[in-house]
Write a protein that binds this ligand. Structure first.
Ligand code: NAD
Ligand code: ZN
Length: 357
């Protein structure tokens, strides 16, 4: 019997559906065909994912009436740059894709960000579909329409907003993820639990996530979708998704991006939760419980960089507004709020949450 598909509508312009279930890559052609009439589909994927999942995606697309061409780039963040983007664009042109055709991003956040960007600028915009294969892309990057590549001066500095036409998440893919990549995505999902959903947070208080992956992805996407629908272009509300990211981005940057995003966010989340508790900003104690769940999911709860070093790195960040910086502060697990603080206080706030007890 086919697995039941959870479908989450994202009511942006245009509106699209996220389909979540095990075994969906074998059925992706039919699901995509219900959003886009069969056309030419340019599948963009990386060198790891191609070996694991490309054949079944190609077969399913062809069976649903799509004509398929494929571009494979070397796996890893190092590929998320203007040079690979230009190769993808040249490939789309060489394949003579037209504006009634589509791009299919098969892979993690690197693939989704880059293929989405290529779709947004090729012929001034063609449609694209996300087939996320990492936990991070399933719970976060595949939804919301942010696309980007990295520049020499920093991450995600060139990009555009383009909502996908459909997102198809096969939770079976998540079983082949290396533990480090699984932890990386778990950090964003635990963050979502702390932000808005204690039940989601509790799902991570286990040594075996496998049983609940569909539930985890669905709850994260439902929450992210509800925020994105109200702030498609990142003008305010979307910043609430950045819990743990002020210190987290600073840790990533200080490490020269050798620390993975999710690991940096876990440390950043720990610091801000402990600080909020120490400064009396929480409604009930939650830091010990949050840090314990992060550790249980093989994530760090502290960093080697000093509060001052991180504050300096954070203040060069794009979230700064003049003399103030907006922080997302946990009130209790499942409830957070924005707080604007003077930039001069950031180092002492980080210091208040420093000690990893
Ligand atoms: P990634 O795409 O590089 O994937 C991580 C690694 O896992 C890669 O080596 C990949 O080949 C491999 N992989 C992918 N699927 C696999 C599978 N099923 N089994 C085994 N291996 C697999 O990285 P990521 O963590 O998915 O995404 C990180 C990127 O996402 C960053 O560039 C970040 O900036 C971006 N991001 C974007 C948004 C957004 O809203 N657009 C949000 C968060 C992060
Ligand atoms: Zn993040």
């Amino acid at each position: 019997m086919a697995n039941t598909i959870q479908t989450i509508p994202i009511k942006t312009q245009p509106e699209y559906a996220v389909s979540i279930a095990p075994g969906l890559l074998d059925r992706c052609g039919g699901l995509i065909a219900s959003a886009l009439a069969p056309c030419r589909a340019a599948v963009i994927t990386d060198s790891n994912v191609a070996g694991l999942y490309l054949l079944q995606v190609e077969d399913s697309l062809r069976a649903a009436g799509f004509a398929v061409c494929v571009y494979i780039f070397p796996a890893g963040e190092k590929s998320k740059n203007l040079s690979t983007l230009s190769q993808v664009l040249e490939f789309l042109a060489q394949e003579q894709l037209t504006r009634s055709d589509c791009v299919v991003a098969l892979g993690g956040g690197v693939c989704g960000d880059m293929a989405g960007f290529a779709a947004g600028c090729y012929l001034r915009g063609v449609r694209y579909v996300q087939l996320p294969t990492t936990l991070l892309s399933a719970v976060d990057s595949s939804v919301g329409g942010k696309t980007a590549v990295d520049l020499r001066y920093g991450k995600n500095l060139a990009g555009l907003f383009l909502q996908p036409s459909a997102v198809v998440c096969d939770t079976d893919c998540l079983k082949t993820l290396p533990p480090l990549e699984r932890a990386n995505g778990a950090a964003e999902a635990i963050k979502t639990g702390v932000l808005s959903d204690e039940g989601l947070f509790t799902l991570f208080d286990t040594d075996d996530l496998t049983a609940d992956l569909g539930e985890i992805v669905a709850r994260c996407i439902a929450f992210k979708g509800s925020v994105v629908e109200r702030d498609e272009l990142d003008n305010g509300l979307r910043r609430t998704l950045n819990l743990g990211h002020t210190a987290g981005h600073a840790i990533e940057k200080c490490s020269g991006y050798t620390i993975h995003h999710g690991h940096a966010v876990a440390a950043g989340l720990s610091i801000i939760v402990r600080a909020a508790e120490a400064l009396g900003w929480t409604e009930e104690p939650c830091a010990k419980r949050i840090c314990a769940v992060l550790r249980r999911n093989s994530l760090p709860t502290g960093t080697e960089y000093s509060p001052q070093t991180l504050a300096s790195a954070a203040l060069a960040d794009k979230k700064r507004r003049g003399d103030e910086i907006a922080l997302v502060i946990p009130r209790k697990i499942g409830k957070c709020e924005m707080k604007t603080v003077p930039v001069g206080e950031l180092a002492s706030i980080f210091a208040a949450g420093w000690e990893d007890r």
